[in-house]
Design a protein around this ligand. Structure first.
Ligand code: AHR
Length: 487
């Protein structure tokens, strides 16, 4: 029998809602067709944004959306995407599929998308091929109320009030697609660029520096040493690649070995976060600088028969379990991880939504975000797990818990491919008055398709509370559950 003890008295802090953030890049069918279809599309839309997709994103309470990339950010020139659409510059998206980018989705459209979803915009500026002036004027265009030519341009483009963007990324993956820089060089550029990203009015920018790739601790060390005092947050990118970059494996064809390899690689997030935090501690002992994991998720082989540069992949229970495991890790690190952004929202990598023309489906990963949304802004509660181990050495059960308004939420995944878990849940120093639960379970390759859209989705799970206050539940193999406990 497995046991989970929730310890509300041992909290790492408040779980920042932004841990449940998403990422949308001009890549494949993420923005175009996936989220934006244009005002004249027969697909139902409001100001060009797909109504079905926006409604689905509102339901999971997306708190923050990162845009325009990714690698695309460092070749994006924001002025190409404002003004009359017919006059907007056309460019070739050299990173992603070599398709023509007509810039019909630009700054105003992104802000409109965020308004409709009800989330904060996180804009990632261009360091790789952009100028300081360009970035500085983008911030001014978005946030200033001053009587300047740049602001008057915004007025002319139909927006009077400043947008008040809070989250500002200074470059993306500048160690790679964002300019192949050395950390020393980027640290200097970061210091320079961020100087001209001004605060306007009451709006205080969160200046976000490009952080490391996975376990590159030297990048973090150099950057923190040379530029730590100029930043509010540092990013981290860590993808779960269930193989090597040449053969990552197919999204829907995992066998037992690949499944456990996937989980092991996803679980590495915990140690990587801890490693970077300990480096950051050397230069920031007061923990002023937050860690933002602004790209994470499973990266499989591109689906057969699709455009290789579009990074389209199906999404299965294996991805859902990875999402559950990773979000539990973020929750437990909520004292330092202030934001995370799953890559990427629609039709790209570990998407929460897939579209096919006018059709749309919710992936198993979407349902995980739905089951976990009660953690947003809640107080994290310690979670003691006692359970068996998997063939890859990981604990069979991954869990995290939080408390908000007197209600405890426990999220738990049974990572085993074959064995059910009979779990007993108790709360330290408290007795539950009632408990209800939802569970999503399936085979590791089970997914939703346009023929069967609800093959995998959460259902109600029966739980019982005994006289001693212990909650009993059974977690089937490869499952994700959320418990709502009233005390
Ligand atoms: O998410 C796809 C790509 O992965 C992003 O553009 C880049 O930042 C990362 O390498």
């Amino acid at each position: 029998m497995d046991t989970i003890t929730i310890r509300p008295g041992r909290s790492a802090g408040t779980i920042n809602r932004n841990i449940y953030g998403h990422f949308s890049e001009h890549l494949g069918r993420c923005i175009y067709n996936g989220m934006y279809v244009g005002e004249d599309s027969p697909i139902p839309n409001v100001n060009g944004m797909r109504t079905d997709v926006v409604d689905a994103l509102k339901r999971i309470r997306v708190p923050v959306l990162r845009w325009p990339g990714g690698c695309f950010a460092d070749e994006y020139h924001w002025r190409d995407g404002i003004g009359p659409k017919s006059a907007r510059k056309r460019m070739v998206n050299t990173h992603w599929g070599g398709v023509v980018e007509d810039n019909s989705f630009g700054t105003h459209e992104f802000m409109e998308l965020c308004r409709q979803i009800g989330c904060e915009p996180y804009v990632n500026g261009n360091v790789g091929s952009g100028t300081v002036r360009e970035m500085s004027e983008w911030v001014e265009y978005l946030n200033s109320d001053g009587d300047s030519t740049v602001v008057m341009e915004r007025w002319a483009n139909g927006r009077k009030e400043a947008y008040g963007v809070k989250y500002w990324g200074v470059g993306n993956e500048n160690w790679g697609c964002g300019g192949n820089m050395r950390p020393e060089y980027y640290a200097d550029l970061f210091r320079r660029f961020q100087t001209y990203c001004r605060d306007y009015g009451d709006n205080k920018l969160t200046r976000i520096a490009c952080g490391p790739n996975g376990g590159d601790y030297n990048w973090t060390d150099t950057l923190m040493k040379q530029a730590g005092r100029y930043m509010d947050a540092l990013t981290l990118h860590h993808y779960t690649v269930p193989g090597d970059w040449r053969d990552k494996g197919w999204a829907t064809e995992a066998d037992e070995e690949r499944y456990y390899l996937t989980l092991k690689k996803a679980d590495a997030m915990d140690g990587i976060i801890a490693g970077h935090l300990s480096v950051m501690d050397k230069y920031d002992p007061d923990h002023r600088v937050g860690l933002i994991v602004d790209e994470w998720g499973c990266w499989h082989n591109v689906e057969r028969g699709t455009v290789p540069g579009f990074l389209y992949q199906q999404n299965t229970m294996r991805d859902a379990v990875v999402a559950a495991l990773t979000l539990n890790i973020f929750n437990r690190h909520c004292d330092r991880v202030v934001m995370a952004n799953l890559a990427q929202t629609v039709n790209v990598l570990q998407a929460v939504i897939l579209t096919d023309g006018a059709d749309m489906l919710l992936t198993p990963t979407y349902h995980v975000f739905d089951m976990y949304k009660a953690h947003q802004d809640a107080s994290e509660a310690g979670c003691g797990v006692y359970c068996g181990r998997l063939p890859n050495g990981l604990e069979r059960i991954s869990a995290s818990a939080s408390v908000k308004d007197g209600v405890i939420t426990l999220t738990a995944a049974n990572l085993s491919m074959t064995e059910a878990s009979d779990a007993r849940v108790s709360i330290e120093d408290k007795r539950p008055a009632s408990a209800s639960a939802r569970i999503m379970a399936g085979g590791i390759n089970d997914c939703n398709t346009f023929d069967v859209k609800a093959a995998v989705e959460p259902v109600r799970l029966d739980v019982s509370v005994d006289n001693a206050g212990t909650i009993a539940l059974t977690l089937p193999p490869c499952s994700v559950a959320s418990l709502t406990i009233h005390v």
